[in-house]
Write a protein that binds this ligand. Structure first.
Ligand code: MSP
Length: 642
């Protein structure tokens, strides 16, 4: 059985290690975008740590036992193993298509895993951490978790909208209660780190309310699809105890347990934090293993405002999305669109808008412009260390969306630089060198997020994807003719049904030098002066989303005398919004007020802060007075303004 080797390694020259895990996913259905989300985030961390020169182990996999899977297989008329084999193929295919760089894919039906789980159970039984009793509790098969009465909403599990079973049966129990104090202290002191802070507090309150011993077995006549208890063959092991052990057996199967345990980061969504922050560390303490260092809990996302579900027909398949838009667009969208750690909403439409506006127009165009400018070898060093250190800090704080926003703000600057300096006319060598250095930096920083695109750009310019190289002189950049990185997608985003034409040529990104000059866009106002309502396109207004928000916090921004940074609650998420109202309101006057804001405008970086919305205000004629538009106090935060 696995035990952390407590003797210090004699080899002091060994590289730093980094071990990251995802939850292992249930195999009762094909993969959906939720599982892809956590796995992409783990991949970003794995790749980032590889860039840092660390030795990385990245584990993901599937959780294949238990009642839910047994029942689904029965319904399909298949044996559980035949059924899960089919689903696992689908998960593996999705991860391959998404360029997930996991070092191992663990399955809880792996023989080695099952044997190790039996050994652990026997050990816990011998040491009297497991005892026989009668267990009575509500159980949701959808969650495969015990629920308390206070978890239920109208008598149902709120996540699966079904009534839980009330179970009372002979079972083996694990002495979770005896770890209550130890767990509380470890989490409180930060030795076992739970992030973000809000989740740590939630868990501390949960532990304080009292941990009960939990059943770790089911009668085999009820759930046969599971690991048999070695000390009582009439029972199978509770699926979670079996599942947790994957984080250890995944390393053992590859013979790298001593090198990589404990895990540096364990990622998961908030649905499974309670079990992960209590049962899992208690099992580790009971077996004298070290605890993982950090558990990071991200939010849950909805699709077009609704929970993803087969019955609603809104389940987004990562495989379908990659086929339509490419792996990097899906990866970029998920990491950019939702603040990691917070809840959010996704839709195919937003994916397309980001693909077109950010990947094709900004990144694709920049690379295409630069390749048209270089007709000579480039050898120069320009310092981009500030950008590198900003992005490093953001990734290390799990702020992936902000890291991408920072990189893309830099891409905007590079595009502006080409534009302002008119490099396509001057062909000024210094300017070209500066531009290429900037592109090299973004290529390296983007690699964890967009590996395929980064590798393509690196090939075009003959760059090495290495953080170390960024400190060195740029050498021998030779341009290979660039292909179009992102084809723009022709789609009517005002339509609810997304009809795409990915094959459309990106007219803006031909790599012909004559196309580098900015195309002057003359926007003729459709409605000059007095508006005839007949001319207003209703679809224009429909695209704008206004919501009721509550101002939670107001902060000054260094060096800005007009702007405030506000944190605004818009119901399902919180937004950072910059607003030029400092002259008109004191901070205390704004805190706690309701407001109305646009919530689907493209974010704008102002004074280094990404503003994710725009609040409405009334302004008098000479702009000497500004009043926040405030809805009635009775309206719920997050309500739509129509
Ligand atoms: N098998 C357990 C985990 C055992 S780990 C020892 C399980 N599986 S699951 O298939 O239900 O996966 C849950 C995880 O999938 C979440 O914690 C999260 O990582 C991911 N997500 C599933 N749907 C999601 C969203 N809608 N939004 C964000 N993450 C989502 O629980």
């Amino acid at each position: 059985m696995a035990k952390t080797n407590k003797t210090k390694s004699k080899n002091t020259k060994t590289k730093k290690k980094f071990y990251v895990t995802t939850p292992i996913y249930y195999t009762n259905a094909d993969i959906h975008l939720g599982g892809a989300y956590t796995t992409i985030a783990a991949d970003v961390l794995a790749r980032w740590n590889r860039l840092q020169g660390k030795e990385v182990f990245f584990l993901t996999g599937t959780d294949e036992h238990g009642q839910k899977i047994q029942e689904t297989a029965e319904k399909e008329g298949l044996k559980p193993k035949e059924f899960v084999d089919k689903i696992v193929k689908n998960f593996k295919e999705a991860f391959e298509m998404l360029n997930i760089s996991n070092n191992h894919f663990i399955r809880t039906t792996d023989k080695e895993h099952e044997e190790e789980v039996k050994e652990v159970l026997q050990y816990l039984y011998d040491k009297k951490f497991i005892y026989k009793g009668v267990y009575e509790s509500y159980y949701c098969v959808g969650c495969e978790q015990y629920l308390t009465k206070s978890d239920l909403v109208d008598g149902k599990c709120p996540l699966h909208n079904r009534e839980p079973e009330l179970r009372k049966e002979e079972a083996y129990l694990f002495k979770l209660s005896s770890f209550q104090k130890q767990l509380y202290d470890l989490i409180k002191s930060g030795e076992y780190e739970i992030l973000p802070e809000i989740r740590r507090k939630e868990i501390l309150t949960f532990i304080e309310s009292g941990l009960q011993d939990i059943s770790i077995s089911r009668l085999k006549e009820k759930v046969s699809w599971g690991v048999e208890l070695p000390f009582d063959k009439k029972h199978t092991c509770f699926v979670w105890v079996d599942a947790f052990w994957n984080y250890i057996t995944g390393l053992q199967e590859k013979k790298v347990f001593d090198k990589f345990w404990p895990a540096d980061v364990q990622l998961m969504a908030k649905d499974i934090i309670r079990v992960h922050a209590t049962i899992w560390p208690a099992l580790l303490l009971a077996t004298k293993n070290k605890l993982p260092k950090t558990l990071f809990v991200h939010g849950y996302f909805t699709v077009n405002g609704k929970k993803m579900s087969k019955s609603l027909g809104n389940v987004l398949s990562p495989i379908d999305l990659v086929k339509k838009y490419g792996a990097d667009s899906v990866r970029y969208f998920l990491m950019r669109n939702i603040s990691f750690g917070q809840d959010g909403d996704v839709s195919e439409k937003t994916l397309i808008v980001r693909h077109n506006n950010e990947l094709a127009n900004k990144l694709g165009n920049l690379v295409s412009r630069a390749t048209g400018l270089i007709d000579d070898k480039v050898n120069i060093h320009v310092d981009t260390s500030n950008l590198v250190s900003d992005v490093t800090q953001l990734i290390e704080r799990f702020e992936f969306d902000k890291a991408l926003a920072t990189i893309f703000a830099f891409i905007d600057m590079l595009n502006q630089f080409v534009q302002e300096k008119k490099i396509w006319e001057t062909r000024n060598k210094e300017d070209i060198y500066e531009l290429v250095t900037g592109i090299r930096t973004i290529t390296v920083l983007l690699w964890p997020f967009l590996p395929e695109t980064s590798e393509k750009i690196a090939k075009i310019f003959n760059f090495k994807i290495s953080l170390e190289e960024l400190g060195k002189q740029l050498k021998d950049v030779k341009i290979k003719k660039s292909a179009i990185l992102f084809k723009k997608i022709d789609v009517d985003v005002s339509d609810d049904l997304v009809k795409t034409d990915v094959s459309t040529k990106n007219k803006d990104s031909k790599d012909n030098i004559n196309n580098l000059a900015p195309k002057e866009k003359i926007i003729k106002p459709k409605i000059p002066g007095i508006i005839n309502m007949a001319n207003v396109q209703f679809s224009d207004w429909q695209k704008l989303e206004l919501k009721v928000g509550k101002i939670l916090d107001v902060e000054d921004i260094e060096g800005a005398d007009k702007l405030y940074k506000m944190t605004i609650d818009i119901g399902k998420e919180k937004r950072a919004v910059c607003a030029g109202i400092k002259k008109f309101y004191k901070k205390e006057q704004l805190k706690g007020k309701l407001c109305v804001l646009f919530v689907n405008l493209e974010p704008r970086v102002m004074r280094g802060i990404e503003s994710q919305g725009m609040i409405l205000a009334a302004v008098n004629e000479d702009e000497s007075k500004v009043f926040l538009i405030q809805p009635d106090k009775d309206i719920e935060v997050g309500s739509r303004v129509s």
